[in-house]
Design a protein. Sequence first.
Length: 150
Amino acid sequence: MGDTTGRSGGFSLLELMIATAIVAILAGFAYPSYTQSMTKNRRIAAASCLMEYSSYMEQFYATYLRYDKTSATGAVQTLPVLNCASNQQTGGTYTYAFAAGSLTQTTFKISATPVADQALKDRQCGALTIDQTGKRGDATGTVGGSANCW
């Protein structure tokens, strides 16, 4: 005996359209949450890299008893590229440098500045900084302050 209703198996066009609409609505809610999460994760990775740079500078100080020179003429100008700051890690989304005028015999301040897409999406915190005392900051943030950015 066959199907007496005259319906064949499968989905009707209306059922398919409803399912597609539901998927589109869910994706509309999920995508912004996903991009916000990725932005936050990249910021956390940059903050971690700043901690590594701070540790590097403390080791540098232990070796040379100053932050700014390796000898009478060996002035430090730029930060080395640590693994955390490579393009495979956070180097594609943040750049790391000494804050202007911050590198002296007894002081330093390192900043992680978002670039490209990260700079557009992370307007809450902007550049992150850390100094020789471990004080954390966000140099260009407009909302939240250091507690929410670190």
